[in-house]
Design a protein. Structure first.
Lengths: 126, 200
């Protein structure tokens, strides 16, 4: 099982201390961009998907300010689409800039992760 | 009640978010509230609007108003302002209403009244509790008597044939200083709100 993903036996508690908060701060927006990689998603759908990873998000409402910033920074854009049932929905989609930012993060991340692992335990991770 | 947004629990939740996000710009705040409203609407679209358990579940997943507000403020590099001591606020409010009894003092009354209003304005602007808008508004109202009192006096002179009597002077002062009462009332209201937000 991938750590941090809710297992069916019971929801994993989201770590909520200052260390977890600090770690999330740097990577959460790229994870959101990654969830939009395969096409537009509306807010609730995006947050439900993100909710499968308690390690990443403490509560859904806290993601909207982040989405707002991604939009203002030109990494994502939104459009309204009518729904068969209920109110019309705001969909989030990646812009070219957003796709480029995600690509850069994806390239850097393995080296970043290995570096941190090595610093934490040089013997175990030569 | 067909719209889930009208549910009392939802309204209370969103009202609390509105209170906690006072330091945000009006535009950002409106956007956040619109996003949250839409989220609740979409999440509850397939439920009976009277299904309270569903409403509670959606709000719980949304997070507490404080969590949401903290995330929104952090995004803009802001924090919820810590309220100053109740004592400091009370002294400021007292100084803001003090001009009225002071006006009754002969000769020095208006000068002392203005001094009290200016001191109150300085205390408001030097406090970290009030937002920039609140500071601007309170300062304008507290210093308004400098203009409004002579204007009121001039109006009395223009309308009375007997020149400016002592009663006219007192009435002009009372009229001219009325903006400070409005300042005190507005400050008292927002202080109560901020204190409520910080302790809830």
């Amino acid at each position: 099982m991938v750590p941090g993903i809710t297992n069916p036996d019971g929801p994993a508690e989201a770590p909520d201390g200052p260390v977890a908060t600090q770690l999330r701060k740097g990577v959460l927006e790229y994870c959101v961009l990654a969830l939009l990689k395969d096409g537009p998603r509306y807010g609730v759908e995006l947050l439900q998907e993100l909710g499968r990873f308690p390690m990443l998000a403490t509560s859904q409402g806290t993601i909207y300010p982040l989405l707002s910033r991604l939009r203002r920074a030109g990494l994502a854009e939104t459009f309204l689409r009518d729904s068969a049932s209920g109110p019309s929905r705001r969909y989030y989609t990646l812009t070219d800039t957003g796709r480029e930012a995600l690509r850069e993060f994806t390239t850097l991340w393995p080296a970043f992760r290995e570096t941190v692992d090595h610093v934490l335990d040089p013997g175990e991770n030569p | 009640m067909n719209n889930p947004i009208e549910h009392p629990l939802v309204r209370a939740h969103l009202d609390a978010v509105t209170r906690y996000t006072a330091p945000l710009s009006e535009e950002r705040r409106r956007e956040l509230l619109a996003d949250l409203r839409e989220h609740v609407e979409v999440s509850l679209a397939e439920h009976d609007p009277a299904d309270e358990a569903a409403v509670r579940r959606v709000l719980e997943q949304l997070g507490t108003p404080r969590q949401i507000a903290d995330a929104a403020l952090a995004e803009d590099g802001l924090t919820l302002p810590e309220p100053e001591s109740a004592r400091r606020t009370n002294v400021t409010l007292l100084l803001a209403v003090l001009p009225f009894p002071l006006l009754l003092l002969p000769v020095a009354g208006p000068v002392l009244a203005l001094a009290a209003a200016v001191t109150a304005a300085v205390r408001v602007t030097s406090s970290r509790m009030w937002s920039r808008e609140q500071k601007k508004q309170a300062t304008l109202l507290l210093l308004a008597p400098v203009l409004t009192t002579p204007l009121a006096a001039a109006a009395f002179v223009a309308t009375s044939s007997a020149g400016l009597t002592a009663v006219d002077v007192l009435a002009a002062c009372a009229l001219g200083f009325s903006p400070v009462l409005l300042a005190a009332a507005l400050l008292a209201r927002s202080a109560a709100r901020l204190r409520g937000a910080a302790t809830a």
